[in-house]
Write a protein that binds this ligand. Structure first.
Ligand code: FAD
Length: 439
């Protein structure tokens, strides 16, 4: 018996139910199809993906198998490989975005046409989207806290076995894997399960114990930074949640539940990137190209916002507190359409994905699942609270390196001659009224 597993964003050997199921057959074809439809979305993520694939290929070779790589339409290529190898079954991890659901539907149709079985598996989240549902017949939870309660009480599946040996069918060519293309962020982290596990081990030892107190501290940088590895499935979210739960790290497990929360929302609202989740909440956005560009460039004149936006470009990642501050600044302060923020983050983030990016943007813009949609984030108050000595700002905004302590958060308060000597803008023209409020 031969089985194909179409890998998508589950690029790991450990706790990979789809891969484990395929490897239970006599011969297994772990397949990745480089999809031109996704290639141009984000050079950062494409680079990361290639690093993940190279690592996975190395690991599969060490087990006697290989990663088979093809290029083109994932459905057509998967069927082609399945037919070439006489496979009776195709395995796939179920996913939630509109794109992933369409791919799955087409694969189902095509595999039926060719009399090949298609089996879907969990693995992208801790608890499967749709597995816990609100009472009264609702399809998904719209508010986090009740979801968290049900999620915490739900049984978790057993972890899948790591394959010990992988036997590829004879005569199948593995296909070339081009070297990682250039990304855009000079300090992006490196992809792959091996790197993910190395980071996980260090982080669990050093920072997990203090996570509950430190996760909002901008300069301390004490969050796991594992999000890109979760995004690409280099780490199993379930294995991570279990390890954290065993160590009593409830605050961290709760964050993983936020991730699952947006997956179950997206499963029911596939238009999450374009349509407001709260009907009627979406109106009166401004389209100010100049202000938008200042925000993108980290030149709004509000240092904590600029620091976050520059971290994004420099590392392809941004601290969660900074994401909240920068997103609230764009939507609630400049009044600019949240979709433009979604697109900019989506280009740069190594962890960028539809459910978490769009879900969090909608939460911040007040169009989504926030129970207090009109809340405002005062960026200066946020900065003074979460970066009290200005260390985070000075790390990413070199023009302000010479300003000590918290004064760095309001450079416009410096004596006029000193402020003019900085190569740094005053608060944006287009929110001059708000600039008064900022003082
Ligand atoms: P940790 O604090 O170590 O948390 C562990 C894990 O929990 C994260 O890796 C992540 O998988 C999950 N998590 C934590 N916070 C959230 C949250 N608010 N929502 C969903 N999952 C969470 N996260 C993404 O993975 N992809 C995105 O595209 C994304 N876009 C965002 C856009 C905005 C505007 C905002 C406000 C947040 C966004 N987040 C996104 C959520 C969060 O900022 C990141 O998951 C987090 O910063 C990743 O860093 P970490 O791994 O160190 O997190």
């Amino acid at each position: 018996r031969t089985a194909v597993v179409l890998l998508t964003r589950d690029l790991r050997l450990h706790d990979n139910p789809a891969l484990a199921a395929a490897c239970a057959a006599d011969r297994a074809v772990p397949l990745y199809v480089l999809d031109p439809a996704l290639a141009g979305l984000s050079p950062n993520r494409t680079r990361f993906l290639h690093q993940c694939l190279a690592d996975l290929r190395g690991q599969l070779r060490a087990k006697g198998g290989d990663l088979v790589v093809r290029q083109g339409d994932p459905v057509a290529e998967t069927i082609r490989v399945a037919r070439e190898t006489g496979a009776g079954t195709i395995h796939l991890a179920a996913d939630v975005s509109g794109y992933a659901r369409r791919r799955e539907r087409r694969l189902r149709e095509e595999s039926e046409r060719h009399r090949i079985a298609l089996e879907l598996h969990p693995g992208v989240t801790v608890v499967e989207p749709g597995a816990v549902r609100p009472g009264g017949g609702g399809e998904s939870y719209r508010v986090f806290t009740p979801y968290f309660r049900s999620w915490s009480a739900a049984p978790w599946r057993g972890q899948a076995q790591t394959p010990q040996r992988v036997a590829l069918p004879d005569g199948l060519t593995a296909g070339d894997l081009p070297g990682p293309p250039a990304g855009e962020s000079p300090h992006a982290c490196e992809g792959g399960e091996t790197e993910a596990r190395r980071r996980l081990t260090t982080w669990m030892r050093q920072d997990l114990p203090g996570y509950a107190e430190a996760h909002d501290d901008l300069p301390g940088d004490g969050t796991s930074r594992l999000s890109p590895y979760l995004r690409w499935g280099c780490l199993s979210p379930l294995a991570l949640a279990e390890a954290a739960r065993d160590r009593g790290a409830d605050a961290f497990v709760r964050q993983l539940c936020w991730r699952d929360f947006y997956y179950q929302v997206t499963r029911v609202f596939p238009g999450i990137s374009t349509d407001a989740l709260r009907p009627g909440a979406d109106n009166d956005w401004r389209y100010d190209d100049d202000a938008l560009q200042h925000w993108k460039d980290g030149l709004t004149g509000v240092p904590v916002v600029d620091a976050g936006m520059r971290q994004l470009r420099d590392e392809g990642w941004m601290h969660n507190r900074a994401r909240l501050i920068t997103a609230a600044f764009l939507t609630k302060h400049l009044g600019i359409d949240w979709r433009l923020g979604v697109a900019w983050f989506f280009r740069w983030l190594l962890d960028g994905d539809v459910p978490n990016n769009s879900g969090n943007w909608q939460w911040t813009a007040g169009t989504g699942n926030d129970t207090r949609p009109y809340r405002r984030f005062n960026p200066i108050r946020q900065a003074l609270r979460f970066d009290p000595d200005g260390v985070y700002v000075r790390r990413y905004v070199p023009e302000l390196k010479g300003i000590n302590g918290a004064a760095v958060h309001q450079p416009w308060r410096l004596p006029a001659s000193e402020f003019r000597s900085l190569d740094y803008p005053g608060p944006l023209e287009s929110h001059r009224d708000e600039a008064v409020w900022l003082r």
